[in-house]
Write a protein that binds this ligand. Sequence first.
Ligand code: PRP
Ligand code: URA
Length: 212
Amino acid sequence: MTTTQTSVKVCDHPLIQQLLTRLRDYQTPSSEFRAKALQISRYLVYEAMRGLGVRGSGVETPLGPAPGTVLSDYVILAPVLRAGLILSEPAQDMIPNARIYHVGLKRDEQTLQAISYYAKLPDSLPPDSHVYVLDPMLATGGSACAAISLFANLGVSTIELVSFVAAPEGIKKVHSQYPNVKITVGAIDQQLNEHGYILPGLGDAGDRIFGT
Ligand code: PRP
Ligand code: URA
């Protein structure tokens, strides 16, 4: 695992890298893509959640008392529709009482601006909220910044982003606007192409996950 000074954690675990390679392959069919995307999502979310707040809580084993641990953060999962749903499935499995706030964003293909079409958040959130914005692709960073802003505007200070692949341009944009946001990724790729796609990337994540 490599962590840069600007809080990007690149998960170089062989199992993650093997899965990412299958996702990158243009010949991987949608059914396999979805299955592998679910697996890599579990690993990346697991790695991102190393920083969760915990508190001690004793437990009784059949042989007597033992020290224990419970999560203390108010965990919020924020999958960016559509593709981010793949990350929220295993995250919700792991933390069944996490709150899920879906964020509907669609990138305009010409301007590459993120257009919001769904966001239903409460008026306020608890001070111990720990938000995980989930989106497999961090390209220009417009979608990630739009999703992060929803929570930052409510005063949430602990916000993280989990993605399969990031472009340097997207990381720069997120950290220029939100320097404290930690980013966990499977890889940082070379650059964006003229259409805002990550090179080499893995193509359109939503289309490949949902077979569209
Ligand atoms: C893709 C992807 C991200 C966004 C990344 O979604 O899943 O949300 O683009 O690009 P950006 O960093 O330049 O904003 P898209 O808008 O294609 O929607 P979809 O998931 O519904 O296909
Ligand atoms: N969205 C994707 O799904 N892939 C990219 O490479 C860029 C944006």
